[in-house]
Ligand binder design. Structure first.
Ligand code: PMV
Length: 331
């Protein structure tokens, strides 16, 4: 345990981005950030956040440096997450947090997921805490729901939980990355930060979409079927389910008032391209989060064919590729 008069201590961590195959969309408790539905995701190895947390007793408040720029407007969110860990360590020292993504920030590529997972691991090291993976996941969830999943590698399930204090709302590993080494091609169709973040997008869908209740009610069946498909390495079943679940989430977003249209024209073209490839026998499926990028999940060996097809879609600005990767690690 760190002492309260400590002048400085350093922790460093790396966490991979993740995206959901069975989506999280909607909150049961906004304050504790408890999701309304469970979710299932994959953690990536090539898209990650590196974070350093330096406790510094000369600081009056926490400081955040993201991709080389000071971000005073985002400090309150990371301070809230750090406070949870400081309270455990009985330390009040403020921290300088230096963090960098090796991929575009805030464009629907899961930067908050890898960001908060790396923050929790780095702060845990700086504060000399020794949390269980489940405790890490619960703390990361309070930063960003999807971050609870980036604590783990490979295939991960997030439980919505039922406890009023959020104590059973955490992620758990389903399969390690090497147990089903799928690959991912991400078609970047727009750069820059998204217009409506997931937090307000979820709120708007929950309060105004006539489809939101149906979205929530259908999730347990999708989760159970996806769990079975993943354990059986049944790519065709997972492909059908993941696309269905993604389009249901977007149906709840599209039907909000005012509507949330996260897609652009190239997003839709990529979606058709992936469906055409699969109809021709190429094992690939798409998923799309709260942004215009298309994530194509490929069975081993299909990646180069998928990349070539998506590269040819007008409006695709860049392709990122990744294998599945490990959970958040301190360095
Ligand atoms: O973790 P958040 O608050 O950024 O929300 C993530 C929401 C989606 O990316 C759209 C879905 C998901 O399960 O990751």
């Amino acid at each position: 345990m760190a002492t309260s008069d400590q002048r400085s201590a350093l922790g460093r961590a790396r966490a991979g981005a993740n995206f959901a195959l069975i989506k999280y969309w909607g909150k049961a408790d906004a304050l504790l950030n408890v999701p309304a539905v469970g979710s299932i995701s994959i953690t990536l190895d090539a898209l990650y956040t590196d974070t350093q947390v330096e406790l510094d007793s000369t600081l009056a408040r926490d400081e955040l440096w993201l991709d080389g720029k000071r971000r005073d407007e985002d400090v309150a969110k990371i301070s809230a997450c750090l406070d949870l860990l400081r309270a455990r360590a009985r330390v009040t020292t403020r921290a300088r947090v230096t963090t960098a993504n090796n991929f575009p920030t805030g464009a629907g590529l899961a930067s908050s997921a890898s960001g908060y997972a790396a923050l929790v691991r780095a702060a845990e090291a700086a504060l000399e805490l020794d949390l269980t993976p489940r405790e890490r996941s619960i703390v990361a969830r309070q930063g960003s729901g999807s971050a609870a999943r980036s604590i783990f590698g490979g295939f991960v399930e997030m439980h919505a939980g039922v406890a009023p204090d959020g104590s059973d709302s955490f992620a758990e590993p389903l399969l390690e990355a090497n147990e089903w080494p799928l690959e991912v091609v991400i078609a970047v169709t727009a750069k820059g930060e998204k217009e409506v973040g997931s937090r307000s997008g979820m709120m708007r869908s929950a309060t105004s979409s006539p489809y939101y209740a149906a979205w929530v009610a259908g999730q347990p069946a999708d989760l159970a079927a996806a769990r079975t498909a993943i354990r059986a390495r049944d790519f065709a079943a997972l492909a059908e389910l993941a696309e269905h679940n993604c389009l249901k989430m977007h149906a709840a977003a599209l039907s909000a008032r005012p509507p949330l249209v996260y897609w652009n024209g190239a997003t839709v073209e990529c979606l058709h391209t992936v469906q055409r490839l699969r109809a021709q026998g190429c094992p690939v499926f798409f998923t799309i989060d709260a942004g215009p990028q298309v994530k194509a999940v490929c069975a081993p060996g299909a990646r180069s064919q998928v990349a070539a097809a998506l590269r040819a879609v007008p409006g695709v600005q860049e392709l990122l590729t990744s294998a599945l990767g490990p959970g958040a690690e301190s360095k």
